[in-house]
Design a protein around this ligand. Structure first.
Ligand code: CP
Length: 310
């Protein structure tokens, strides 16, 4: 693997190899007091974040450190980006300073792809940590790892992705990865929060959450991205919560084995009730924990395995 830019186009063999490595790393580190492997000693990993993040940035930093890489964090707010430096010049500066891998979060869809082009000559690997409304591939991988752990297998399972699909890079990455891994995906959302061209995606669409819940193995609740809702006809918070919120009543409609996921940050009381988020069905904390191992696995496949970029 040279870069990880999207799950659209990521083949099942590569995705499964990353998930298997994550699983192996998790078991290797389980119960260890000192979580440190020498695998990436001497490699430099830079996180470059133009948007806020808690889970993704922190777990990439921990992942790099647990593998003994030197990890440097750059946020747009405290860098020369604030003085007007372009993304291209910033990227070339980080490569010249010695980055083996740049992990980027950016509000523009396609930013990670552009970066990979600019850094090709330097041989620097690029990971997309979320670009606009486009993709968030490591989130989808950690979601798949969590589902595999809870359900035992993925092929033939049915997963509902619920809520603000229109603005969700998490939804897009999950649609592609889950369908590649043999999972049937149903999108449950109001018509105004579905993307144009939804009919071209490998999904079915429903507007009735109550009707879908009894027939799924997992339900993935999405954050309502109010900051991206400029213009358009969007439901009010109250309407949204009544029609698409995962309440305690709705939790009871799920099969007993079903798993509740949320990528975070959660809006408790809006898309998910607090009691549901904290219930035994919820794997939200496990998602965060698995995020570290999945990101370790991604760094391994990019920088240390036989297929890694030279
Ligand atoms: N799920 C996710 O991307 O969370 P952060 O925005 O906190 O990184």
């Amino acid at each position: 693997m040279k870069h990880l830019l999207a799950t659209d186009g990521l083949d099942a063999e590569t995705a499964t190899a990353v998930l298997d490595t994550a699983d192996e790393l998790k078991h290797t580190l389980l119960g260890r007091e000192v979580k440190k492997l020498p695998t990436l000693r001497g490699r430099t990993v830079i996180t470059l974040f133009y948007e806020n993040s808690t889970r993704t940035r922190v777990s990439f930093e921990i992942a790099g450190k647990w593998m003994s890489a030197d990890v440097v964090n750059v946020s747009a707010a405290s860098s020369s980006v604030n003085k007007g430096e372009s993304l291209r010049d910033t990227a070339l500066t980080l490569a010249a300073a010695g980055a083996d891998c740049v992990i980027i979060r950016h509000p523009a869809s396609g930013a990670a792809h552009r970066l990979s082009g600019w850094l090709a000559a330097a041989g620097t690997a690029v990971v997309n940590a979320g670009d606009g409304t486009h993709e968030h591939p490591t989130q989808a991988l950690l979601d798949a790892a969590t589902l595999r752990e809870r359900l035992g297998s993925l092929a033939g399972r049915r997963v509902a992705i619920v809520g603000d699909v229109l603005h969700s890079r998490v939804a897009r990455s999950n649609i592609h990865l889950l369908s590649t891994l043999g999972v049937e995906v149903v999108l449950v959302a109001p018509p105004t929060l579905l993307p144009v061209g939804v009919e071209t995606l490998p999904v079915t669409v429903s507007h009735d959450l109550d009707a879908e819940l009894p027939a799924v193995d997992a339900v993935m609740m999405l954050r309502v991205q109010a900051e991206r809702m400029t213009g358009g006809f969007f439901p009010s918070s109250r309407e949204y919560s009544i029609s698409y919120g995962l309440s305690e009543r709705r939790l009871a409609l799920l099969p007993e084995h079903a798993v509740v996921l949320h990528p975070g940050p959660m809006l408790r009381g809006m898309e998910i009730a607090s009691a549901v988020a904290d219930s035994p069905a919820s794997a939200i904390t496990e998602q965060v924990r698995n995020g570290v191992h999945v990101r370790m696995a991604v760094l391994y496949h990019l920088l240390a395995s036989e297929g890694a970029a030279a």
